[in-house]
Design a protein around this ligand. Structure first.
Ligand SMILES: CC[C@@H](C(=O)O)C(=O)SCCNC(=O)CCNC(=O)[C@H](O)C(C)(C)COP(=O)(O)OP(=O)(O)OC[C@H]1O[C@@H](n2cnc3c(N)ncnc32)[C@H](O)[C@@H]1OP(=O)(O)O
Ligand SMILES: [Co+2]
Length: 139
């Protein structure tokens, strides 16, 4: 049986400071410095909770997927992400099962990871991401 780890829960926010307030009040501290992921048009602040990160995503440009989400729905839960050991193999396996990926190939994510997104319709109404970390890394 495959055991997946919940890598991160991503929250869209127009402002990292305002978005951080509830997590700081809960007693959490940001994991290292904020990181810009240019290919996705986001700035990320991460808070660790056990093995999982809460990732706050702020758009850095108008055509960012996060800017579109905020315009349509406002701040809130954007996606969940699951850690896999071999992203290409997992994409091949899921495609053979009829899954619909939003990207043809893995794309760069936070902290040197490679990521791929599944369409929200395939995710039964939620956006699902798969994450492969570099050897030895886990966010
Ligand atoms: C930090 C870097 C990296 C990491 O390391 O973890 C990241 O997480 S980057 C995160 C941001 N990047 C992405 O989200 C990339 C993948 N996303 C996309 O390609 C698009 O956002 C989208 C999911 C295809 C939506 O595109 P958009 O043009 O904004 O909307 P559509 O109108 O085409 O939406 C289709 C359909 O999907 C629903 N939707 C959209 N976003 C979500 C969401 N986050 N959760 C659930 N549902 C979502 C949208 O409401 C539409 O539904 P219908 O109206 O019923 O068709
Ligand atoms: Co993500």
């Amino acid at each position: 049986m495959t055991v997946l780890l919940l890598d991160h829960v991503a929250i869209a926010t127009p402002d990292l400071e305002a978005g951080s307030a509830p997590y700081v009040a809960l007693g959490l501290h940001p994991e290292g410095p904020d990181e810009e992921v240019a290919s996705q048009g986001v700035r990320v602040r991460a808070f660790q909770v056990g093995e999982t990160l809460i990732e706050l995503l702020m758009p850095t440009r108008e055509d960012s997927p996060i800017a579109a989400f905020l315009a349509r729905k406002g701040p809130g839960l954007h996606h969940t992400a699951y850690r896999v050991a071999d992203l290409n193999a997992e994409m091949t396996r899921l495609r053979a099962d009829g899954a619909r990926f939003l990207n043809e190939e893995p794309t760069p994510g936070r902290a040197g990871s490679r990521v791929a997104f599944l369409h929200p319709k395939w995710g039964a109404g939620t956006l699902i991401e798969l994450v492969e970390h570099p050897a030895g890394g886990h966010g």
